[in-house]
Design a binder for this molecule. Structure first.
Ligand code: NAP
Length: 318
């Protein structure tokens, strides 16, 4: 558990080392291209140093542009930030992994990535259509590639020094364990939905035992109302300690030893969500005792994202 009072610059070591991931990360799942640029710039200016992207978000060019401009304006170097992007389901065939990785790198305008994740463990029919469906609207999965085949192609990216660490997203413990056991290069990070209504305790304990960073998305319950931001326990703690519900939820996630992603879209929100400090122990424990259980994003059981607008395959010039 993290014990420092200022949680803003917490960094968690990655295994294998020597890199560290800033615990507080900015997520770029923002459908509007103009907002993507301003929100990314505002997040960098507020102090965020960890940026989570994905080819599936169709905005890597905008994130890359905002990062280049923001780094130059702030006198920062590439090494000062930690950038992740993700391999989409339609690129799981091993021969598609490196081209997809290089295309993301090109759109982001970077020469290396800190972390590359398999976005979901579900392989879709290979091709440039991110959302392949049959005539009845059913997802077309690809049964001719295993997750381990894809993982081996991810390992080759690390071998060739193109990315510093690899991991998985939207996995369950049952999916993670066999990959962990067979992997030559172990997953450094898993990114999954987690918040007080979905603590994923067993998965977190496995990650802690194996040195895998547990990176939580939807820490504010995707901002849905009613939901976590209006939970009576969270609201009462926020009022008691003079913080906002968002700050309380982010602090809880970092204090339990996880990294976390949040998506503020304005400068004021970016400053608010970066200003995270340690909760008193009794407040932390009270949140950990919340009994409500709710998963918000069904992506973990289908590979189909719950919070991304239908892909526009022309949006990145594909
Ligand atoms: N691996 C996956 O499958 C997956 C799935 C989903 C997300 N992600 C990643 O996780 C990132 C985080 O996404 P998220 O939806 O979980 O972000 P989040 O920050 O938990 O929720 C975003 C929502 O919360 C609201 N919000 C943000 N800060 C707030 C605050 N301080 N007070 C009140 N409301 C606030 C935003 O409202 P406004 O719109 O009004 O700003 C927005 O509606 C994404 O950008 C993406 O990188 C990954």
């Amino acid at each position: 558990m993290n014990t420092s009072s200022d949680l803003r610059m917490t960094r968690i070591p990655l295994t294998p080392g020597p890199s560290k991931i800033p615990a507080l990360g900015f997520g770029t799942l923002i459908p509007d291209p103009a907002v993507t640029i301003t929100a990314t710039r505002d997040a960098l200016a507020a102090g965020f140093r960890h940026f989570d992207c994905a080819e599936r978000y169709l905005n890597e060019r905008e994130v890359g542009k905002a990062l280049q401009e923001g780094l130059a304006a702030g006198g920062l170097a590439r090494e000062d930030i930690f950038v992740t992007t993700k391999l989409w389901n339609s690129n799981h065939r091993p021969e598609r992994v490196e081209p997809a990785f290089l295309a993301s790198l090109d759109r982001l305008g970077l020469t290396y990535l800190d972390l590359y994740l398999i976005h979901t463990p579900f392989a879709f029919q290979p091709g440039d259509n991110q959302d392949p469906r049959d005539k009845d609207g059913n997802v077309l999965y690809d049964d001719d590639v295993s997750l381990l085949d894809t993982w081996k192609a991810m390992e080759a990216l690390v071998d060739h020094a193109k990315c510093r660490a690899i991991g998985l997203s939207d996995v369950t413990l049952e999916t993670l364990k066999p990959i962990y056991e067979s992997a030559r290069i172990k997953p450094a990070v898993i990114q999954v939905e987690s918040h007080p209504y979905l603590p994923e305790t067993e998965l977190l304990e496995f990650c802690n035992a194996k040195g895998i960073v547990f990176l939580a998305f939807a820490p504010l319950g995707h901002g849905m109302k009613p939901g976590l931001l209006e939970d009576p326990v969270i609201s009462a703690i926020a009022a008691r300690i003079g913080k906002t519900p968002g700050q309380v939820l982010l602090a809880w996630a970092i204090q339990r030893g996880t990294a976390v992603l949040t998506t503020p879209k304005t400068a004021a929100r970016a400053q608010e969500n970066f200003d995270v400090s340690r909760l008193p122990q009794d407040a932390f424990d009270e949140i950990s005792r919340i009994q409500t259980r709710q998963r918000l994003n069904p992506v973990v059981s289908t590979g189909v994202p719950g919070f991304i607008p239908q892909a526009n395959s022309t949006a990145q010039g594909k």
